[in-house]
Design a binder for this molecule. Structure first.
Ligand code: MF3
Ligand code: CO
Length: 256
């Protein structure tokens, strides 16, 4: 079921989304070569809790048999890791890495969801381009995130743009509605046919999240039950915001 949020609910949701934006502001300041992904996770959890929010990914059950509840505040996925990398004291961030972080804050009973890919120190030109294209794919997609268009128009534009840049989109994971639940209807693939799917209406809140691979689109899942990597070992990037559909342009709730 697609939920339309009331004015009051939107106000509450904005607070949850603001916590996510502030958490990224803190992470961007503090991410450095030599740190572990566990240290990043600690920073994020402290930041969220200090802002009155709960890290919603911690303990989250994705609902797939055999997959344990997610153990951390952040997903931290480095280089050829696409999404859902689990923070670890053994995992050190190095100069030149691209580090995709995805996190969800729960505040006032509502969720805010966003992802960023950080370039640590100086990375290759090709890595920089991948990160830039992934971010732009989000902005291309949301050009269609308004009344008069359908979900398929957003999906189609994201896929079309990414492919035009010579990259692939992940097909097995997608964006989603968001609100009291982290994942609500509709699902929002990063590819698809224009003119298909539900019509966009004011009051819908959506997490749009291009996951882009430099090489082939195929992915593998590691034995931890979570981490997704590229099959060909090429780099991957992720960019996501929670947005609100309005009468006119969408509002991006997870950017300050
Ligand atoms: N935040 C992710 C998303 O963008 C969900 C990650 S699964 C979790 O939809 F278990 F880590 F929460
Ligand atoms: Co999401």
């Amino acid at each position: 079921m697609v939920t339309i949020k009331s004015k009051k609910e939107i106000e509450l949701m904005k607070e949850a989304c603001k916590v996510v934006a502030l958490t990224y502001q803190e992470l961007e300041k503090r991410i450095k070569p030599g740190m572990t992904t566990w240290e990043l996770d600690q920073i994020a959890e402290k930041t969220m809790r200090s802002l009155g929010a709960i890290p919603a990914e911690k303990g989250y059950n994705i609902g797939i048999k055999g997959v344990p509840p997610y153990p951390a505040t952040l997903c931290v996925s480095i280089n050829d890791e696409v999404i859902h990398g689990i923070p670890s004291k053994n995992k050190v961030i190095r100069e030149g890495d691209i580090v995709s972080i995805d996190t969800v804050a729960l505040k006032n009973g509502f969720n805010g969801d966003a992802a960023r890919t950080f370039i640590v120190g100086k990375a290759s030109k090709e890595a920089e381009r991948l990160v830039q294209v992934t971010k732009q794919a989000f902005f291309e997609g949301i050009k269609f995130a308004k009344p008069g268009y359908r979900i398929g128009d957003v999906s189609h534009r994201i896929g079309e743009y990414v492919h035009s840049q010579g990259y692939s989109v992940v097909r097995e994971f997608q964006g989603h509605g968001i609100g009291r639940e982290m994942h609500e209807d509709p699902g929002i693939p990063n590819y698809g046919k224009a003119g298909r799917g539900i019509r966009l209406e004011p009051g819908m809140t959506l997490a749009i999240e291009p996951m882009v691979i430099q090489g082939k689109p195929n992915i593998l899942q590691l034995d931890d039950g979570w981490t997704i990597i590229t099959e060909d070992g090429s780099l991957a990037a992720h960019y996501e915001n929670t947005i609100l559909i309005t009468e006119k342009e969408p509002e991006i709730l997870t950017i300050l």
